[in-house]
Write a protein that binds this ligand. Sequence first.
Ligand SMILES: [Zn+2]
Ligand SMILES: [Zn+2]
Length: 155
Amino acid sequence: MDDEIQVPVSLPLDSDGFLRRECPTCEQEFKWFSRAEGDDEAEPVSQYFCPLCGVAAGLGEWWTPAQLEYGFGSAGGAIDQAMQDAVADAFKGIKGMKFKPNASFSLDIETPEPLVEPDDMVIVEPPCHPNEPLKVPEASTERAFCLICGAEFAA
Ligand SMILES: [Zn+2]
Ligand SMILES: [Zn+2]
């Protein structure tokens, strides 16, 4: 058994390629444009600014509760499988003993339903960083903050 279990979790984008995010400070949801890894146009940043309250947070702090739950559920299935494999391996070397996978070894974490991303919210482009469009709730378009530099703008 490997020490590390890697679980690829793919989160759905809406039809414009935006990923839903939740601000750890104001706990409001917005969306940022999801770029492919290695995209030259991606800004090298170590933090993002919330477009709704303007407070910055680290790159990995923007998960919505649904995404965290989904990630945990996805990992649970893999951990479950890895445990069953490990138990099967442990019994393999013992003479005269036969291991049959048994449901009672299961942690019984249900694999979650895939997330669905609705096409809601309005696209806004910060004039300072037009390469980093955002989607914000309709009521927030009058005053938003740039994801990259935190500058305030009106859409
Ligand atoms: Zn915020
Ligand atoms: Zn900016």
